[in-house]
Design a protein around this ligand. Structure first.
Ligand code: KG4
Ligand code: ZN
Length: 353
């Protein structure tokens, strides 16, 4: 078991590095740097893969240097390097993986490969009460430790709901590194649906937070939308029809109220996510749920889950740990048994759960 891990994450448009330390029962975030090109991406309404990778190439070394400097530690104090090796955009993944391999080799540190999707769930093992500084393209945050007690962190068994821009997955975890995939989206992810519908509404990327903000001003009952696969009897999702329904609604109702439509969309997505998660809770007889991924930052989703009082709901302590970050990758690495030869690790854009 390592005491101090440097995490590196570059699977989509973020370039992130973080130093975390395990101190007895606590996981402490010593530094957490996220440089995002999302402002640039918002000009184009989404991520342009080559452009994301170009920005990451420029940012990766300064981001890692800042993470180490902010941690107050020296390179010799870092015991291992953890890196996201998939899934994601190939150019983006390569930037992180090849950098991590080179550093592991030259600094003589073990290299721990982390599946980005599993990493998202481990955001629930980190605690951060306050952001200490924020720059235009990089957010730096120092966090306190979270005591690893049954009070504050997940225990097993637990149902995990991963809702991000690229994924919507339900997973049953029975222990660290032991899980069963229950179901997932057959087409668009929940975050992708938020993003695509936001675009139809003329809102900038990323659309989830925009829809959520607008939804607070609207009346969801004024717009009827289909609830995709609500009664399908399995743990699969489908969100692409919802985007079509929103498009049709906009075309049919020229004078439509944007806030009402945003509220109806958010309510529909949340209702489907909550219903399927609770069905998994009942089927597998567990009493804990953890949410992860960018959409876990959605307050309507956590409120919807928390309405089920017999279930304990965990969500990352801060929104910065919901969206892509390297602290979650380092956190996952503390519990991983996988160490690879630093010359052999390959980025895998299609890695699954
Ligand atoms: O996990 P993430 O940073 O990237 C992926 O790995 O995909 O998730 C990004 C997604 C975007 O689709 C964004 O619109 C969504 O998370 N998102 C939200 C909220 N904040 C971010 N969706 C709904 N409500 C939010 N508050
Ligand atoms: Zn992600």
């Amino acid at each position: 078991m390592y005491k101090t891990i440097l995490g590196i994450e570059t699977s989509c448009d973020e370039t992130a590095a973080a130093v975390l330390q395990k101190d007895g029962d606590s996981i402490k975030v010593l530094s957490n740097i996220v440089a995002s090109s999302s402002e640039l991406q918002s000009t184009f309404g989404g991520v342009i893969p080559e452009q994301a990778a170009r920005e990451q190439l420029k940012a990766i070394i300064p981001v890692i240097e800042t993470a180490i400097k902010d941690s107050g530690l020296m390179i010799k104090d870092i015991n291992a390097i953890a890196v996201t090796y998939g899934p994601g955009l190939i150019g983006s993944l390569l930037t992180g993986v090849e950098t991590a391999k080179t550093l592991a080799l030259t600094w003589q540190k073990p290299l721990i490969p982390v599946n980005h999707l599993i990493g998202h769930f481990y955001a629930n093992w980190i605690y951060s009460p306050s952001a200490i500084s924020s720059q235009s393209s990089a957010i730096s945050e120092k966090a306190d430790s979270r005591k690893l007690t049954t009070e504050s962190i997940p225990t097993f068994p637990i149902i995990g709901l991963l809702v991000s821009g690229g994924h919507t997955d339900l997973v049953l975890f029975t222990d660290h590194n032991k899980y069963e995939y229950l179901g997932g989206t057959r087409d668009d992810a929940a975050g992708e649906c938020f993003d695509k519908c936001a675009r139809l509404l003329g809102l900038p990327y990323p659309g989830g937070p925009q829809i959520s903000k607008l939804a607070k001003l609207g009346d969801a009952s004024k717009v009827k939308l289909p609830k995709p696969m609500l009664d399908s009897g399995d743990f699969d999702f489908s969100f692409s029809g919802l985007k079509t329904a929103v498009n049709n609604y906009i075309n049919k109702n020229k004078e439509y109220d944007k806030a009402d439509l945003a509220a109806a969309l958010e309510r529909t997505i949340v209702e489907v996510l909550v219903a399927k998660t609770m069905a998994a809770v009942e089927k597998y007889g567990v009493n804990q749920v953890m949410v992860a991924g960018g959409v876990a930052a959605n307050s309507a989703l956590s409120e919807g889950l928390r309405r089920n009082l017999h279930v304990r709901v965990f969500s990352p302590s801060h929104n910065i740990f919901c969206t892509d970050n390297a602290a979650m990758i380092a956190a996952a690495a503390f519990f991983s048994k996988e160490i690879v030869d630093s010359l052999k690790l390959q980025a895998n854009p299609n890695l699954s759960l």
